[in-house]
Write a protein that binds this ligand. Structure first.
Ligand code: CS2
Ligand code: MG
Length: 402
């Protein structure tokens, strides 16, 4: 089966998505997500200028060889742009292989290890009471796990607060909007939030929280310790993970489980944290960590050290990424949980998909391949719009981690 065509589709049904579509001489095509939030066009150029010319005429069945060709062959390894492009090719080829075999992707990986994929939703509010109410709405929808974020008094634009609907889209303007950050205010506030959520909703629901890379190691240690009575499923990105040694310090002080990895793009980014058992969940995504081909190696490494998978699943990852992730999750022996921020209706219409939500779990469905398509006619009606992620500053103007 030969690759006869490949093209990049950029569409903005409220937020930008980059999709690679690969076609073959047998009439079978596959798609893969290549979205890199706020830097979409860099991946488009990488694919169009450097990758697609190498794909034409290749054997579409040789997924591993294509991965190695694009990774080793570029000479310049790793990086979010390169790896998002490789992932898009990888997933599109897995999609094609599944369609050619008449099998859903999870069957190609080794079959289902469980009956459904446990997901967590995003509850947030401008205040503690609003966040508590939002958790109630997720419980009512059947969620068994919920991430909770709340506005913090005196902190303008605290991370992770939605705009009153189910979706949260931080990339909101052509130039980065400015938010404010105060670690002391946050550290005092976070335990109060979780105390209230547990008072109202009890301990039958799993709770998660994202610190979004904003703390120093000792601050993260204090946060983890202060949240212990509320038994979090995980505390995510407590400190930036370029400095992986930092997690040793956090670990020495708290038994709150730690999750890291949504910005990682290589197994090498994960290696130290996993081998030293400094984290409990690795959060790499299909799109940013080199597709199914590398993600399953990461899962294999993590399994050796009892680290479980908790794939990133924000709405800036397209339904094509979600579909692939769900097949992966259904198979992965060391699956933990999958993030599931709901896409808007406009996005769901653009990407018809087989996956469904039921009783707190997502199910990838049994359509061959990844079970997600793209409506190209609809895509043409949603042209690209420049949108970047916000930045964060401290009160005195110092740049901080958003
Ligand atoms: C977040 C993301 O889902 C998460 O855990 O950290 O929403 C993140 O802010 C975005 O993916 C950035 O593009
Ligand atoms: Mg996160």
């Amino acid at each position: 089966m030969t690759i006869t065509g490949a093209r990049v589709i950029v569409a903005c049904p409220g937020r930008n998505f980059v999709t690679l579509k690969i076609e073959t001489d047998q009439g079978i095509y596959g798609i893969g997500d290549a979205t890199l939030n706020g830097r979409e066009k860099a991946v488009v150029a990488y694919l169009e200028e450097h990758v697609i010319p190498c794909l034409l005429g290749r054997d579409a069945t040789r997924i591993e060889d294509a991965w190695q060709f694009l990774y080793r062959g570029a000479y310049w390894r790793r990086g979010p742009v390169t790896m998002a492009a490789i992932s898009a090719v990888d997933v599109a080829l897995w999609d094609i292989k599944g369609k050619a075999a008449g099998l859903p992707l999870y069957q190609l990986l080794g079959g289902a290890s469980r009956s459904g994929v446990l997901v967590y939703g995003h509850a947030s509010g401008a205040s503690i009471e609003q966040a508590v109410d939002a958790v109630g709405r997720y419980v009512a929808m059947g969620y068994k796990a919920v991430r909770v974020q709340s506005g913090i008094p005196g902190v303008r634009g605290a991370y992770g607060i939605d705009r009153g609907d189910l979706s949260y889209e931080p990339a909101d303007a052509a130039l980065p909007s400015e938010t404010l950050w105060s670690t002391p205010a946050y550290l005092d506030f976070a335990p109060k939030l979780f105390q209230r959520v547990r008072e109202v909703h009890g301990f039958d629901i799993e709770l998660l929280h994202d610190a979004h890379h904003r703390l120093t190691p000792i601050e993260a240690a204090r946060l983890g310790k202060s949240l212990e009575p509320f038994r979090l499923f995980w505390l995510e990105d407590p400190t930036p993970a370029e400095n992986q040694e930092a997690f040793r310090l956090i670990r020495q002080h708290t038994v709150t489980p730690l999750a890291v990895g949504e910005v990682f793009n290589s197994i090498h980014d994960c290696r130290e944290l996993i081998q030293n058992q400094l984290i409990d969940y690795i959060r790499c995504s299909v799109v940013h960590a080199g597709g199914i081909t590398q993600l399953r190696q990461i899962a294999g490494l993590a399994a050796l050290f009892q680290v479980r998978m908790g794939c990133h699943g924000a709405t800036d990852l397209s339904p094509a990424c979600m579909g692939a992730a769900l097949h992966f999750d259904l198979w992965a022996p060391n699956f933990g949980i999958q993030e599931y921020m709901r896409h808007t209706q406009a996005t769901d219409e653009l990407f018809p998909h087989a996956y469904v939500f039921k009783d707190g779990c997502l199910h990838p469905g049994d359509a061959p391949g990844i079970g997600v398509d793209i409506d190209e006619k609809l895509a043409a009606k949603h042209p690209y719009q420049a949108k970047q992620l916000p930045i964060a500053r401290l009160a005195d103007g110092t740049m901080w981690n958003w």
